[in-house]
Design a protein around this ligand. Sequence first.
Ligand code: ADP
Ligand code: TRP
Length: 321
Amino acid sequence: MRILTGIQPSGRLHLGNYLGAMRQCVELQAKADDCYYFIADYHALTTVSDPQALRDAIRGVALDFLSAGLDPEKVVFFRQSDVPEVQELTWLLSIVTPMARLELAHSYKDKLAHGKEATHALFTYPVLMAADILLYQSDLVPVGKDQKQHLEITRDLAAKFNQKFGEVFKMPEGYIPETVATVPGTDGQKMSKSYGNTIPLAGTPKEIKKAIMGIVTDSAPVEAKKDPETNNVYKIYKLLATPEQAAEMAERFRAGGYGYGDAKKELLRVYEEVLAPFRERRARYEAHPDEVRDILASGAAKARAEARRTLEAARRAVGLD
Ligand code: ADP
Ligand code: TRP
């Protein structure tokens, strides 16, 4: 079974990305015989317009993903733009893409509602994503809830193409684990780079401390008994700590005499403990940029060989042989 997913290099990755996406990817590599994970840099171009910011983000995502524990021996890890075949497949799929389907896509409408210019790239974003998935004949695609519609579009396009030109693409399934919690940000909304409420994964100790100490809480005095379920410090703590540790903090809050400052210090301690292996690996990869480059180059070579096979079949099917 082939598992494939992509992550956009559109900023620095945060705890929400780690707990909500990367950790699952790392766990899946042990279960699946075949994993394709890639850095969706063509997609990121729809939002990042500064070339240096894009370069930095690509490097950051590569380091973060590998440091989260990707095993480059097991996973084909590559940059989307290292396999330009995906662009040709995007074109071939666009032949069977109804305009109306794209006009109704939530993420497109959402981006326009947030003031983004209606560019062609933003509009065809889901077709490029379908090409990512279909090019590698993927079986299972782990994504966040916000990507559900993009997967439906992918399946529609695969079915339409296969029906019109013959069976070329495997029908992929989305994998949206319901058990994965939405990680709250320091202000209590969903943690997201767009809201400036993140705890960065690869931040300096000072940045991480600042983010954690800045978590918004109410002004209940230390003595007050507090409901753990309504406070942000506990909500984030619960996602990182062991169940026993979480139960202990909850009890302390309920009993009273336990302040948010102490809870934040405990959260910082657990954050550092849980992410210690990540940090160690990141420091090692940072010191060996050649190794990262080699991993991506070898991933791209494998991915490209696979991509060419599908693209050839698609070209043949439409009469471009
Ligand atoms: P952001 O909201 O910061 O822009 P992305 O939309 O790029 O993050 O998300 C990349 C991946 O990380 C997706 O799979 C998404 O579901 C996951 N993710 C992002 N933020 C969170 C969060 N706060 N909680 C859980 N998962 C998240
Ligand atoms: N659109 C996805 C996101 O923003 C990233 C992505 C691009 C992707 N291509 C993909 C995810 C293919 C899964 C499969 O999260």
